[in-house]
Design a protein around this ligand. Sequence first.
Ligand code: HPA
Length: 276
Amino acid sequence: MTPQEKLQRCYQSVRAKTNFTPAIALILGSGLGDFAENITVEQTIAYQEIEGFPVSTVRGHKGRFIFGTLGGVPVVAMQGRVHYYEGYTMQDVVLPTRLMGLLGAKVLFLTNAAGGVNQSFSSGDFMLIEDQISCFVPSPLIGANLEELGTRFPDMTTIYDKPLRETIANTASSLSIPLQKGVYIQLSGPQFETPAEVRMCGLLGADAAGMSTACEAIAAHHMGLRVCGISCISNMAAGISGQPLTHQEVDETAARVAPQFKQLITSSIIAIGNTL
Ligand code: HPA
């Protein structure tokens, strides 16, 4: 089955269950899935219920779409995403993103837990993603171009939409939530980086490192969605604090900052929804 056929099959499978049309699609990162509590839920669809859908294997990733509203704005949220390190092809990794675009979303709001590379960051900070480095993982656009989605050679000058970034920055400041800004680098994982790799990331201009997001941003931008994203700095990247890294630390930090994170995301989505 071609990626396009697979995408169409998933689309038909979701459309057979709901005719909900989201305005904003949201991907919830590691430990950030509780945000879904803020949504007035209309319907949930478990990934297993969708024919041909890649199902995540990471603990703490619930694996379902939540359709509902946030302050009246129709949203679809992914509670749990699919990662490249699980063994899926990049086309499969971005299938859910494309699916949410096909369902009608105009904006993709990405979130993730990431390691702080910029030494002025602290664990628990939020970082507005301004640009990204994805060239250490394969492009999700490799293979026959899906012409009905976008062009073969898409421009990537401004992946992260400027007006959306401004709205999020204004929202953070009105809530008095400090917001760092920077460049996200996607590495394959699943191992955390070595200190030498973290130094390399810094030299290349990255401020935060993670194992997701950039590929989804490319696929969304390719098909014309407006993209924005926030990283939760769940830990300082390897070698900066001298402490060994664990997935537990990632989850604990995410849980600690979850209330502020929920506030920032909810208010940003409502503010963005009002501009659509
Ligand atoms: N590196 C890569 N991905 C991550 C990290 C990290 O330090 N923390 C959370 N996700």
